[in-house]
Design a binder for this molecule. Sequence first.
Ligand SMILES: [Zn+2]
Length: 248
Amino acid sequence: MTLLSQDAGKITGIAKGAKRSRKRFGAALELFCHIRLDYRERRGSDLAFLERAVILRPWSGLVSSLERYVAATHIVEVADKMSAEREVGSDLYDVVVAALERLERAEPCAATLRIFELAVLAVSGYGPDFSVCVGCSSEFQAFDRGARLHVAGGGLLCSQCAGPEASGLLLGPDSVDCLHRLTGLVAVGLPNETRDTFCGTSLFSVDEHLEIDSARHRVASELRLAVAALIEPHLRSPLRSLDLMSGI
Ligand SMILES: [Zn+2]
């Protein structure tokens, strides 16, 4: 099984003897469980041999509705496919824990998932910049008439730079505005020059204005496609959860 740890990054572990293990580990090795884990390593092998696991939080809310289950599956899948084994650093772990905690408390909304994805991009060193045009460096106001997503540039092209022949996802001005505000929240929540600790609570303090409600289907859909396109080049394999997620 694959585990994401605070100290050692992503690890692959095995619990020897499935029957005995079930008795020994109880529900601790269930999907999404937040645990404290003892494991042993063998010289020359990356495998972790699981010895003992204690449940810190069962996060049973994550399987209490199909929507939460699908969203939580997406979160762990993105974390898995964006990371390499034993990549040390706790930022990704912190983002995943904060996102699952948020889902444990509330039904998933589009803003929660987009903030999670943008935060994973940021802690992986691929954080997009929506504040200026990647073509002409014009300020944010240049997107008054919408913008084109520029995946390779990690940002947006204003309508002048994009031109009529441009490819790339077209985003309306309200979608651009929303992306800009979501990346602002991510910047506040993640460690930065002035604060070196992670603040999951502020990362997901999605206020009313940021809720991408169902009345704004177009914005929600544009944001989902835009952030998925930004993530896609950095994944080890395509996300299976994306199709399931189209309703959120
Ligand atoms: Zn431009």
